[in-house]
Design a protein around this ligand. Structure first.
Ligand code: TYC
Length: 120
């Protein structure tokens, strides 16, 4: 029965690792390049209307989008003047959940506030 010669250690005493030996007498060198694709992101957008109180929109921005009072007020005023405004950018699941939570809170409060998500 043929006896395989002992293979050298993967990391020789010098400390620099050798490429893997495929046992066929050939040396296999693999190079891995980073191919990590970031997940698609979605922005959650609030739309203006004539009836939802400004204070409610500021509360929504603080509560569901973790904005401080000053930033929440600025975003609310931007929506009021320009018709729409981005509350935050999230992965698909998180954005969808925030839209549902905001719409549920608005309906509970009897407000017609509209909240949508769109690809960022
Ligand atoms: N336009 C509303 C008002 O004058 C305020 C408002 C701001 C409503 C932002 C919705 O997403 C909104 N009471």
């Amino acid at each position: 029965m043929p006896v395989e010669p002992p293979s050298p250690p993967a990391t020789p005493p010098g400390g620099i690792p050798r490429p893997p030996d495929d046992g066929q007498g050939a040396v296999v060198v693999e190079r891995q390049t980073a191919k990590v694709v970031p997940p698609p992101m979605y922005q959650v957008v609030l739309l203006n209307d004539d009836y939802t109180p400004m204070e409610f929109v500021v509360m929504v921005l603080q509560e569901y989008f973790k904005r401080d009072l000053e930033t929440a007020t600025q975003i609310m005023l931007k929506i009021h003047h320009e018709g729409r405004g981005v509350c935050g950018v999230y992965s698909k699941d998180v954005a969808a959940t925030k839209v549902e939570l905001v719409l549920a809170a608005a309906r509970r409060g009897g407000h017609p506030l509209q909240c949508i998500m769109e690809a960022a």
